[in-house]
Design a binder for this molecule. Structure first.
Ligand code: RIB
Length: 288
């Protein structure tokens, strides 16, 4: 079982001819909206990877539909609080190469209370996963509580903030971050990934795959080729699948392979939580 302390956003998507320059006003080529947030994306990915996942989060009155949609996608939602603060949202611009730029309004995501988080984790069992990203408050409380209950703690360091990771070190079992973030973290801590005291560190390398750093050494995994149209949410899909596979008892190598496949298929789609592939789609796509 995965307990995901995570953001829930209303994602607004704008296709643009190029990413806007400072001071530029730019007409969008198209507009759409859907369910998003790094947390919600990971919950949906984990559910689509056949794990049981309970989302811990907060929405405002304008976001009731986001909770309904999580339910439709197979995510447990009793620990999503509705509060009197607007739901978080993200304005996402995407250029023709599939690159994006995102402006976040955190909203309800940063108004979680220890009571909300504590009530959820009081239902957790030894060896369950606590999954977190850096789009909510309450991470330190959640990590401390989870460790005291014997949970495994997985942290996806996005949006990246070295200080947020450093505050959690000693309480993280699995850290997922990208290459640039790994370099920034090393510059901030003075320690390479293998010296952070985290049992498993997975460093994503975009089209070059990923590296897994553990006590047993380091291993590289190639990416699966993909014609990317939109990279938004691909990292979240990778992490959701990775943690789901580990939670289901797969070995790390097998879990990473599945997560790379999910991420590769995700970049061929436009959108975030609403278009995350399920296991059947991955099997059909990769012929397995
Ligand atoms: O990683 C993609 C996500 O980042 C989007 O869904 C958006 O909501 C932001 O949180």
């Amino acid at each position: 079982m995965i307990w995901n302390l995570g953001s829930i956003n209303i994602d607004n998507f704008y296709e643009v001819p190029h990413l806007p320059a400072p001071g530029e006003t730019l007409a969008a080529l198209s507009y759409g909206f859907g369910l998003g947030g790094k947390g919600a994306n990971m919950s949906v990915a984990a559910a689509r990877a056949a794990a049981r996942v309970s989302h811990i989060g907060a929405i405002g009155p304008d976001g009731r539909w986001t909770r309904d949609r999580l339910i439709e996608y197979g995510v447990d939602t009793p620990h999503i609080a509705q509060i009197e603060v607007p739901t978080g949202h993200a304005n996402i611009v995407i250029d023709p190469e599939g690159e994006n730029s995102i402006v976040l309004f955190q909203g309800a995501n940063v108004h979680l209370t220890e009571a909300i988080i504590g009530a959820a984790l009081s239902e957790a069992s030894h060896k369950d996963f606590l999954l977190m990203q850096n789009e909510t408050n309450g991470q330190e409380y959640a990590a401390t509580t989870a460790k005291s209950l014997g949970l495994r703690v997985a942290y996806a360091a996005a949006p990246f903030e070295a200080a947020a990771i450093e505050r959690l070190l000693g309480r993280i079992d699995l850290l997922v971050l990208n290459e640039v973030e790994a370099a920034q973290l090393e510059a901030s801590t003075g320690k390479p990934a293998e010296a952070l005291g985290v049992a498993d560190v997975v460093i994503t390398l975009g089209a070059k795959g990923c590296r897994w750093v553990s006590n047993a050494g380091e291993k590289h995994f190639d990416a699966y080729p993909a014609d990317a149209v939109d990279t938004t949410g691909a990292g979240d899909t990778f992490t959701g699948y990775l943690v789901a596979a580990l939670d289901r008892g797969m070995e790390m190598e097998v879990a990473i392979d599945l997560a790379l496949k999910a991420g590769a298929l995700m970049v061929t789609r436009r959108g975030t939580a609403d278009v995350i592939p399920d296991l059947k789609e991955i099997q059909d796509h990769f012929g397995i």
